[in-house]
Design a protein around this ligand. Structure first.
Ligand SMILES: [Zn+2]
Length: 255
């Protein structure tokens, strides 16, 4: 049987999934018989939810497009800031009402995102099937550091979190998914994901420590779990973390 190949090139963050020798350059991918472009992309190790635009010989195509060999294929990541408004994107434009489900290892990121105002489901007891089910049922973007989960066929929305430290993860997610304008700091309960309500001082004063009574006048209340929030030391620290999250990357290196 004669084997043919198509030439692939992956752009921007998609290179994170490739071995060094395949990054930022064209390389051949074998196409024996007709093969869907999605299948060929995944054979390179790229989870399909990370892909937002595919050009085959300059034309945008969807995942089911069949390759026969000889084509030039360019693959772009989600949310890539290119002007591609005239081309077919593989999914609706981001996330104006972004909702997430975080995998079990990302508890701290889930809590940080909630503090920044985002709707994030997280439960240590959920297995991959349950996380995928929440994603599909409620159109939530899966946040995970498990590439295998994003490679599952049924997954439509997902983001592979590259960073390790929580503060960097928050910065990465906010910047990569272009969420800056949607941050609503301290509007959501970090423990249970419920929207917080303003509450009169008198209504909660008996329930907070004496020191807090002396120092703070403004309180917020979680109708989900009953927690009371005030602008204490944790608040001040989180405020800095959220300011960092919406800052431009590499800000510290700029002059
Ligand atoms: Zn709560």
């Amino acid at each position: 049987m004669t084997r043919t190949a198509s030439l692939f090139r992956f752009y921007e963050e998609l290179n994170d999934f490739l071995p060094e020798e395949r990054r930022k350059r064209e390389f051949p991918v074998e196409i024996d018989r007709a093969r869907s472009v999605k299948d060929a992309i995944e054979s390179c190790g790229i989870p399909h939810p990370e892909v937002d635009l595919i050009l085959v010989d300059g034309q945008s195509v969807d995942f089911s497009h069949l390759l026969r060999g000889g084509e030039r294929v360019s693959v772009y990541p989600m949310f890539e800031a290119l002007d591609i408004s005239t081309l077919v994107r593989l999914r609706p434009r981001p996330l104006r009402d972004p909702r997430f489900v975080a995998d079990g290892h990302l508890r701290s990121l889930a809590r940080h995102l909630r503090m920044a105002g985002f709707d994030v489901l997280w439960d240590n007891g959920w297995d991959d099937d349950e996380i995928v089910a929440f994603s599909l049922l409620q159109k939530r973007t899966i946040l995970t550091r498990d590439k295998g989960m994003l490679r599952r066929r049924e997954v439509e929305r997902g983001y592979f979190v590259r960073s390790i430290r929580t503060e960097e993860q928050l910065h990465e997610v906010v910047r990569s998914l272009q969420l800056e304008s949607l941050v609503a700091a301290f509007s959501r309960c970090r423990e249970c994901n419920t929207i917080l309500e303003d509450v009169a001082r008198e209504a909660v004063i008996e329930r907070v420590p004496p020191k807090v009574r002396e120092l703070y006048d403004r309180f917020r209340f979680c109708p989900g779990c009953g927690r009371i929030y005030w602008e204490g030391t944790h608040y001040q620290r989180m405020k800095q973390v959220i300011e960092y999250a919406v800052s431009a990357p590499g800000r510290k290196e700029e002059d």
